[in-house]
Design a protein around this ligand. Structure first.
Ligand SMILES: [Zn+2]
Length: 310
């Protein structure tokens, strides 16, 4: 971890959600899961997975490492590697349509999503998605599009400074959003207008979500939006329960959390989770997450720990 230069601004406590750096045990678990995936393939037939990205930018020497980031090279490796392992990228809406119709979702389907709406999704990720023909959903915090300030939720201390490229922290413009959406490869989606902390504030969340969807509808053709919760952790109250009911009330098609778990065939789309795809992830470890082996090994680890405590 690099030391922080005093010129980097501080961020609000709620915005602090630094990316996980896996320790030795976690790295061993991921490697074990990747090995089992390579030996046995996916576990179970009635599930699929959703990947969550945020920022896509290079790591520069002399500045704090970007948070919630994969480099463009890593993104390409991850997606190419998943395709070569037989995984198929599906648009979120098509998966929802299959779910609504009760049609089985292919076991190796996966969904790519980006949160917040960083400009680097347009400048760095979109060319890769186009080249590989991979559809993706961008969950937009609409209050900040067309501005030149970092998202208030951005916990990267170098965001907004001249030491790093502006597209690595600046919000997308609506022109960029429109251009991507017109390609039919990218879906623009809801992520709340302000990206505030809405815990215990259902009425405020409902108002914000309605504005969020309206802002997108002003610019592109959109009837009902898909949605991912900001912050998204169920146990911390950012998603699930009352919050999911509000998303339903706002007329959204789904509400995705950040719980790292596979989606089961009959699971309510207002409770679907997503796996964070991180810089340390290889295509093999992502395949193991999507294949169900990472969750399986975590379950075994928890069971062993509880048994040893008895
Ligand atoms: Zn977000």
């Amino acid at each position: 971890m690099q030391s922080l230069a005093p010129s980097f601004p501080s961020v609000s406590p709620v915005a602090k959600r630094a990316a996980r750096v896996p320790g030795l045990k976690e790295r061993l678990l991921l490697r074990g899961a990747a090995f089992l995936q390579s030996l046995f393939g996916c576990r179970g037939k009635d599930r699929f997975g959703i990947l969550m990205y945020h920022r896509v930018t290079d790591i520069l020497p002399g500045v704090p490492e970007p948070t919630w980031n994969v480099t463009p090279r890593r993104l390409r490796e991850q997606l190419t590697g998943l395709l070569s392992r037989g995984f198929q990228a599906w648009p979120l809406r098509d998966i929802l349509d299959l779910h609504d119709a009760g049609t089985p979702i292919p076991r190796k389907a996966f969904v790519v999503t980006f949160d917040d709406g960083y400009e680097c999704v347009y400048s760095q990720a979109w060319p890769i998605l186009r080249e590989l023909n991979i559809p993706a959903t961008i969950f937009l915090a609409t209050a900040y599009l067309d501005t030149a300030e970092p998202f208030p939720c951005d916990d990267w201390l170098a965001a907004g400074t001249s030491q790093v490229p502006a597209d690595s922290w600046r919000p997308l413009t609506w022109d960029q959003c429109r251009e991507m959406q017109e390609s039919n490869l990218i879906e623009l989606a809801a992520h709340t207008h302000t990206h505030d902390d809405f815990r215990s504030c259902p009425a405020k969340l409902l108002r914000d979500l309605r504005q969020n969807v309206l802002e997108i509808q002003k610019r592109v053709a959109l009837y009902r939006a898909t949605f991912a919760f900001p912050y998204g952790v169920v146990r911390d109250g950012f998603a699930g329960g009352e919050m999911s009911q509000v998303a339903h009330q706002a007329g959204l098609l789904c509400s995705l959390s950040t719980e790292p778990e596979l989606v089961l065939r009959d699971q309510d789309p207002f409770t679907w989770g997503r796996f964070p795809a991180e810089q340390h992830d290889t295509a093999a470890t992502l395949a193991a997450r999507l294949g169900g082996w990472t969750c399986a090994l975590r379950g075994v680890k928890r069971a062993l720990q509880s048994r040893l405590r008895i």
